[in-house]
Design a protein around this ligand. Sequence first.
Ligand code: ATP
Length: 339
Amino acid sequence: MFLELRSVTKRFGGVAAVDHVDLDIEAGEFICFLGPSGCGKTTLLRLIAGLESLDEGAILLRGSDLGQLPARKRNFGVVFQSYSLFPGMTVARNVAYGLACRKWPRREIEARVDEMLDLVHLRDQAGKYPHELSGGMQQRVALARALAPEPAVLLLDEPLSALDAKVRETLRSEIRDLQKRLGITTIMVTHDQDEAMEMADRILVMNRGRIEQVGVAQDLYRRPATRFVGEFIGRLNVLERERWGDLLPPAGDLSEALLAIRPEHVRLLAADEAPAGPVVEGRVRKVAFLGNMTRLLVEADAGLVEIEVHGPLQQGEVGETLRFVLPGEHLSAVSAGPR
Ligand code: ATP
């Protein structure tokens, strides 16, 4: 295995910010650590970078324990959220910095800087200072600087969250293309599920220092292991069997107390439709038109349900009563917490 996290644990005071995390990362993989603020994702990245020390567990690179090896000896490239370029150095000198520290010969440094600036499309900005560049450009310089010394692993700590939406979109695909082209093993921390789903080979969803689920985006969306994952990746109606029992279609192996269904899978019934299974009635509380779809919040006796309708909406004024069904094939059992 390329990079292994074994029971990685970090406590601040008495509290475990990272709590016995196990993970295998293959060479060339792009992994996202995804989770809400405070879940421990940044701490986990900093532990890998060597910027924090482990309280328990081990981190292995190609089978050898990184132990107490300090950050600068790990040969990991790191990019932070704030651009953290050296303000008094030109773009070229920023990119050259790590190479000069490693005592590369001048000629090789120059060639490598050119190569890196080509890679991030900033060759013509080499002589500029950071303050003369846009945020997106600065972040591309930071990327070039991190990649220049041929790091074993690239670590990205919310690198796009300070940028505006359009630039973020462009950089998402630029970073992903670059990563694939170089084949560099990459870990990115983000709290943005869209970003994680678009960029990562696999996503690790964290909550309170622990892994809730690791998997490819499709699996996390279609088969969330826990309620937390289901609600964090996309939107989810969580129905307590106790309240919803009679309104659910007969289920075979759905033995959990909580059942879940995505808003787009709840099916509104036309006025004259009479399906075979149970029908739920509810009153529309909210309507949000979102361009490609409309999202309704509907209050049934058993609780609130979100329904997303793609295409034109035939019914659904606030206060109106609607009928809908919860198709059995889209209901899944979710556990309340990590298994
Ligand atoms: P955010 O996106 O807000 O940075 P995060 O998921 O990256 O959140 P961490 O920054 O890893 O979370 O923090 C996890 C927990 O550890 C939080 O409760 C945080 O307050 C705590 N923590 C992190 N660093 C320290 C520190 N140096 N000293 C004390 N507590 C810390």
